[in-house]
Design a protein around this ligand. Structure first.
Ligand SMILES: C[S@@+](CC[C@H](N)C(=O)[O-])C[C@H]1O[C@@H](n2cnc3c(N)ncnc32)[C@H](O)[C@@H]1O
Length: 331
C-alpha cells in the first residue's frame, strides 16, 4: 500500500500489514507471553503515545545517551559526510529524527542533500518527522517506509549514494545474533558508495546505566507500561496497568540493561482475540526491552561478523557513547 501525504515531496510506503512483514503483534504476543520467561518485543512500545514518551525520555537528565550522541554528531558530521559524500540519508528507527538534522545540515552545507529515507514502525512519528523536515528543508524529498526494519527490502533511494544511519543505540535493542543478521541484510543492500553510521551505547558504571532507565520522574515506567495499553487496545487484552510495575536492571553476563514489567500480585490476564489466558505469579515479570552495551571490541566484532569494515570510531568527551562509521567489505 502506498501512502501519499498532502505534501508532494513526501511518500511514505506503509508495509506494516504486508504478509511478509515481521511486524506481527498477534503472533509475537502469543509466542512471547506463552514462553518462560515471558517476553514482548520492544518494537510494540511505539504507538503514538509510546513515541511521544520516548521523546520525553531523550530529554531526561538521567538519559545521557541522546546528549552524548548529539555531541559526537555536532563534532563529526562534517567529516562523516565528507567521507562518503552521500546524496541521501536513509535512517532505520528514525523516530522524531531530531539528531538527524545535524547530518542533513552537513549534507546541505556541501550542496549534497537530495533526500531522506526514514524506516520506522511508528506511523505517527514518521509522518510528523516527514512534515517537519519538508517544512524546514525546502528541497528535500522524503521517501520513507512505515515498517519493520528487521527485514529490510526495497530500501529508499536505491541507486543514489546513501548514508545509512542507525542512531540512538537502537542496535542495542537487538540480541547480538539478531543484530548480526540485521546488519548483514543491510550490508547486502549497500553498494560500494554507501556508508553506514551506527550509534553504540558503551559499557560504563552500573549506577549511571541503571539510573538512565529508572528516571525519577517515572517517564520510562510509563513508556514501559505503554506496551500493555497497546495489547489492551489492539488485542482486547485485560491487563490492569496498576497491577504491574516497571523494573530496569543490569545483566552483567549479557552486558545489557533489561526492562521488565513485574506482576505485583498473582493474577490472570485474558487475551481472547489470540486465545490466550496467562497466569502470573506475584513477582513474575515480562521482559520488554533489552539494551545491550558495547565496548569498542564487541562493536567491532559485530560489524566484522556482518561484513562491514570499520572506517572510524568516535566517542563523546566522557566516553559514554560511540558512533561507528563503516562501509561494506567486498566479499
Ligand atoms: C530507541 S528509539 C530511537 C529513536 C531515534 N532514532 C533516536 O535516536 O532518538 C527506537 C526507534 O526505532 C523504532 N523501532 C523500534 N523497533 C523497530 C523495528 N523493528 N522496525 C522499525 N522501527 C523500529 C521506534 O519506533 C523508535 O522510533
Amino acid at each position: 500500500m502506498r501512502e501519499d501525504t498532502a505534501r508532494s515531496r513526501i511518500v511514505l510506503r506503509n508495509t506494516l500489514r504486508e504478509q511478509a512483514s515481521p511486524y506481527d503483534l498477534r503472533g509475537d504476543a502469543h509466542a512471547g507471553l506463552s514462553s518462560t520467561p515471558k517476553t514482548l518485543p520492544s518494537k510494540y512500545f511505539y504507538d503514538a503515545r509510546g513515541s511521544h514518551l520516548f521523546e520525553m525520555i531523550t530529554r531526561l537528565p538521567e538519559y545521557y545517551l541522546t546528549r552524548a550522541e548529539t555531541e559526537i554528531l555536532e563534532r563529526e558530521s562534517g567529516r562523516i559526510v565528507e567521507a562518503f559524500r552521500p546524496r541521501v540519508l536513509v535512517e532505520f528507527g528514525s523516530g522524531a529524527a531530531r539528531k538527524t538534522r545535524i547530518l542533513l545540515d552537513a549534507m546541505l552545507e556541501r550542496g549534497l542533500l537530495e533526500g531522506y529515507g526514514p524506516v520506522d514502525v511508528s506511523a505517527e512519528a514518521s509522518r510528523n518527522a516527514a512534515d517537519a523536515l519538508t517544512r524546514d528543508y525546502p528541497h528535500i524529498r522524503v521517501e520513507g517506509v512505515i515498517g519493520d526494519f528487521e527485514r529490510p527490502r526495497d530500501l529508499p533511494f536505491a541507486g543514489r549514494p546513501r548514508l545509512m544511519a542507525f542512531l540512538g543505540s537502537t542496535i542495542g535493542n537487538l540480541e547480538p545474533t539478531h543484530a548480526t543478521s540485521f546488519l548483514t541484510s543491510i550490508r547486502e543492500e549497500m553498494t560500494a558508495a554507501d556508508g553506514f553510521l551506527v550509534g553504540f551505547d558503551l559499557v560504563k558504571d552500573i549506577d549511571v546505566l541503571e539510573r538512565a532507565y529508572n528516571d525519577e520522574a517515572g517517564v520510562t515506567a510509563k513508556f514501559n507500561l505503554n506496551v500493555l495499553r497497546v495489547l489492551n487496545r489492539e488485542l482486547g487484552a485485560s491487563f490492569d496497568l496498576d497491577a504491574f510495575r516497571h523494573r530496569a536492571v543490569w545483566n552483567a553476563v549479557d552486558s545489557r540493561i533489561e526492562m521488565h514489567l513485574v506482576s505485583v500480585v498473582e493474577q490472570f490476564v485474558r487475551i481472547p482475540s489470540i486465545g490466550l489466558d496467562i497466569s502470573f505469579a506475584a513477582g513474575e515479570t515480562i521482559r520488554t526491552e533489552l539494551s545491550h552495551k558495547y565496548t569498542r571490541e564487541s562493536a567491532g566484532g559485530l560489524l566484522q561478523a556482518s561484513g562491514l569494515g570499520l572506517e572510524s570510531w568516535c566517542t563523546d568527551r566522557s566516553d559514554r557513547f560511540a558512533l561507528a562509521l563503516a562501509r561494506a567489505r567486498s566479499v
